[in-house]
Design a protein around this ligand. Structure first.
Ligand code: ARG
Length: 459
């Protein structure tokens, strides 16, 4: 029986044509379209290698490369007509190539399988996107460094348990995010190194009988190394899990920032004013200015975590080597790339326009007895065991709470009622400047430390 419908690459083995439901269910074209230009880049390198190895003649190679370049132009100019029967981007490109140059197009797939081809496409795509993401991370780090420089002297309450704890420089708080982002950048760069390995040439799973030169393809495509084991090559998605995991950690950091922006912009905190251009109103309550951007940054973290969990789950039961389940790696990957880039870009745009209310910050920094540890440190310096000092100052705080006083308001005589160790030299300690600048231990919040760090990062 001659087959009806579009002819599949595997038609030789099949007596029946494809069921349209099967085609729709198994198709990845809707999302792997995104790999089109990488697919062509990889195919051109593969074809050049086949010529160099005399597997294809020079003339054949030239025609195929020209044909692929034509397909690339159609894709770039959005003239490429995808067909439901294309199944995936690899088949779509090969189908179109064959339409353009005839049956010679069928030689492109010599010594190659879609199993190694798809990993090549994804690696080409991801190494470029990681480079973009690293640039966005670096840009955001610069925003934090600039903010730290701009607000160099502003003191705010540092928190533990979301209770005011000790005064810190606002700049120190900004630089905390700088450090988190440094680790995110490192993780992305380390991941990049593991993405940057050539998979092509693994074939379907076992390599090929044809005399290919994988190292030549690696050179053409700028891969510093070639994968070692063909089974592992087509089955491995570790590099994607690493990317999703680095993205999950990055998103978690940005979500913590977002949570602070939401809190700080509330009337209860009043530490910041969000720029009008980056806030939204309410359709009902005229007075509202809502922090939707940080809320969405926080919310989108959930999908990134979900994608990581999805891919770990897809992989966990798969026997070696390639299984079609692996096609499910793409949507989580693409959505993570889009989400992370979107979040980094919006924060980069918004951060420099946030107004920090320095008066509110320093006012809050003094409240909540944030200098209590400084008093305990004072007694410790005078020889009192820290535990005892802690107890003495605790009693002072309790008294102050009962009498609605602040520590800075007590006279030396009042202090002395709690311990004879207290003297006049205590009073100059009870300022925010002193509390901050005395914390000179390495990594502490003292201005000298923060300025040194700013210099070392080149701001
Ligand atoms: N679309 C497939 C994927 O993303 C390409 C590889 C298909 N290989 C196969 N043997 N059916 O994984």
């Amino acid at each position: 029986m001659p087959q009806k419908g579009t002819k599949k690459a595997w038609a030789g083995r099949f007596a029946e044509t494809a069921n349209p439901l099967m085609e729709a269910f198994t198709s990845s074209l809707a999302f792997d379209k995104r790999l089109a230009l990488y697919d062509i880049q990889g195919s051109i390198a593969h074809c050049r290698m086949l010529v160099k190895q005399k597997i294809l003649t020079r003339g054949e190679g030239e025609k195929i490369v020209k044909g692929l370049e034509g397909v690339r132009r159609e894709l770039e100019q959005q003239r490429f007509a995808f067909l439901p029967s294309d199944e995936d981007i690899h088949m779509a490109v090969e189908r179109r190539l064959t339409e353009k140059i005839g049956s010679l197009g069928g030689k492109l797939h010599t010594a190659r399988s879609r199993n190694d081809q798809v990993v090549l496409d994804v690696r080409l795509y991801l190494r470029e996107e990681i480079t973009n993401i690293v640039q966005l991370i670096v840009a955001l780090q610069k925003q934090f460094a600039r903010l730290a420089k701009r607000h160099g002297d502003v003191v705010m309450p540092g928190y533990t348990h979301l209770q005011r704890a000790q005064p810190v420089l606002l700049a120190h708080h900004f630089l905390a995010y700088y450090e988190m982002l440094s680790r995110d950048r490192e993780r992305m760069q380390q991941c990049h190194a593991r993405v940057n390995v050539l998979p092509l040439g693994a074939g379907a799973l076992a390599g090929t009988t044809l005399p290919i030169d994988r190292h030549h393809v690696a050179k053409l495509l700028n891969f510093p190394s070639v994968s070692e084991n063909s089974l592992d090559t087509v089955a491995d998605r570790d590099f994607l899990i690493e990317f999703l995991s680095a993205s999950a950690i990055l998103s978690m950091h940005l979500s913590r920032l977002a949570e602070e922006l939401v809190l700080w912009s509330s009337s209860e905190f009043g530490f910041i004013e969000l720029p009008d251009a980056f806030a939204t109103g309410s359709s009902m309550m005229p007075q509202k200015k809502n922090p939707d951007i940080p809320e969405l940054v926080r919310g989108k973290t959930g999908r990134v975590y979900g994608h990581l969990m999805a891919l770990l789950t897809i992989l966990k039961g798969l026997p070696l080597s390639y299984n079609r389940d692996l096609q499910e790696d793409k949507e989580p990957l693409f959505d993570t790339v889009d989400t992370v880039k979107g979040v980094l870009a919006i924060l980069d745009a918004m951060l420099p326009h946030i107004v920090f209310r320095e008066d509110r910050l320093s006012e809050a920094a003094l409240g909540g007895f944030t200098l209590a540890t400084d008093v305990a440190d004072y007694l410790t310096e005078k020889g009192m065991p820290f535990r005892k000092a802690h107890e003495v100052v605790g009693a002072v705080v309790r008294w102050c709470v009962a009498h609605q006083k602040r520590l800075e308001q007590l006279s030396v005589e009042e202090w002395r009622q709690f311990s004879s160790v207290f003297d006049h030299d205590l009073l100059p300690r009870l300022t925010l400047e002193s509390a901050v600048d005395r914390r000179r231990s390495y990594g502490g919040t003292a201005r000298v430390n923060v300025q040194r760090r700013l210099r070392s990062i080149g701001v």
